[in-house]
Design a binder for this molecule. Structure first.
Ligand SMILES: Nc1ncnc2c1ncn2[C@@H]1O[C@H](COP(=O)(O)OP(=O)(O)OP(=O)(O)O)[C@@H](O)[C@H]1O
Ligand code: SF4
Ligand SMILES: [Mg+2]
Length: 355
């Protein structure tokens, strides 16, 4: 039974690939960190930080990735960037000629070509900028490293980038400490866009900012996306931010993707009990419409020693015998909506209200 379901899920992904609009297709991706113990650093198991994850991102779309702290969001983002080596699986990325290439199979030379196309915006605008470098040097560095510009051309390009993110180009010779948190994040965005990338991973890119500044940076990211045709993998633990910025959303739990869907579908018609629980924990925008809160029993599972079957079963109010013994298969339940839950087709779960 589970074998039949599995092949159906992958067929749907293959059909979508043929549509030619997918920029990133992650298949069965795993990242296991070895745990070493004692004087001789003996291997003592693995932290399964990313555990058999599948999802895809279309050209020009924002894919929001959400889940509790430690569920593997950053590790997944770093695997996609090949900042760390995945343990297994494929990361198919569409190159500028339209071919899907597996980033995990590229050698160092080939990978360097793709580095221009895939960039990262960091969480912390304070620690991610070198305090001893001017804005000119920070934003210009990737252009120099990739041999994309030098001399006067370099200065012109940096000025363009700085103005594009809403900063005053007369301040290019200043150091990071002269700028506010929001302005520093703009510098980080200018640096990420310097190589003219097509795909950007934003890892908690607004989490360190005040709410009013968050909104300005989110608007900037959306404007730049339209202007430059960017695709985003947008990582956040904040459901409000994810709802605001994402076209589609993926929910992770203990290293596994448990649900992906279009934003409205996921928020209004969740199909995984963990998504329902997350949504119930979100503040209700209209206090007159009461949404019943679900109190989750038990602790988040340990990725070094996850439970049997469905990792969510010790906390799931809908768990049955099969949930304790068999891992649920990742499969489509409707167009663009994938879930890993034995009971996805039969349960009617409670959604949130779009604010
Ligand atoms: N280099 C590493 N070595 C060993 N374990 C690691 C390493 N990096 C991450 N982990 C573990 O992998 C799991 C996932 O961590 P990760 O940072 O990806 O989670 P996250 O979802 O980004 O969390 P947060 O919301 O707090 O940023 C955690 O259990 C973490 O302790
Ligand atoms: S598979 Fe079972 S335990 Fe897991 S989320 Fe679905 S109903 Fe709950
Ligand atoms: Mg993280």
């Amino acid at each position: 039974m589970s074998q039949v379901r599995e092949s159906t899920a992958f067929d749907v992904v293959r059909v979508s690939k043929i549509k030619n609009d997918i920029i990133l297709n992650v298949q069965s991706l795993k990242k296991y960190f070895p745990i070493r113990k004692g004087f001789f650093q003996r291997m003592d198991g693995y932290v399964k930080a990313v555990d058999d994850v599948n999802f895809y991102i279309r050209e020009g779309e924002t894919f929001g990735l959400v889940g509790e702290s430690g569920c593997g969001k950053t590790t997944l983002g770093r695997c996609v960037l090949r900042a760390i080596e995945p343990s297994e699986g494929a990361t198919l990325f569409r190159d500028r000629e339209g071919q899907m290439r597996d980033l995990n199979k590229l050698d160092a030379k080939e990978l360097r070509k793709f580095r221009r196309d895939i960039q990262l915006i960091f969480q912390d605008p304070y620690s991610s900028l070198n305090p001893r470098m001017t804005v000119q040097n920070i934003v210009g560095e990737p252009l120099i490293c990739n041999k994309l510009a030098s001399g006067e051309e370099l200065r012109i390009r940096v000025r363009q980038l700085v103005e594009m993110v809403g900063l005053n180009s007369r301040h290019m010779d200043r150091y990071p400490h002269a700028f506010s948190g929001g302005q520093r994040q703009r510098i980080g965005i200018a640096r990420a866009l310097a190589t003219n990338p097509r795909f950007v991973v934003c890892d908690e890119a607004v989490s360190a900012l005040d709410v009013s500044v968050q909104a300005q940076i989110l608007n900037l990211l959306q404007d730049l996306q339209k202007q430059l045709g960017l695709s985003y993998l947008f990582i956040s633990h904040d459901l409000g931010v994810i709802q605001h910025i994402s076209d589609r959303v993926g929910v992770m739990y203990v290293g596994r993707m448990v649900e992906t869907a279009r934003t409205e579908d996921l928020f209004m018609r969740p199909r995984h009990p963990y998504t329902e629980a997350l949504l119930s924990a979100k503040p209700v925008p209209d206090p007159r419409k009461k949404v019943e809160r679900i109190v989750l029993a038990g602790e988040v599972a340990n990725p070094a020693n996850p439970p049997s079957g469905c990792y969510f079963h010790p906390r799931c109010p809908y768990a049955q015998e099969i949930c304790r013994s068999e891992k649920p298969v990742w499969r489509p339940v409707s167009e663009d909506h994938f879930v890993a839950c034995h009971r996805a087709e039969e349960l009617t779960l409670q959604g949130a209200q779009l604010s």
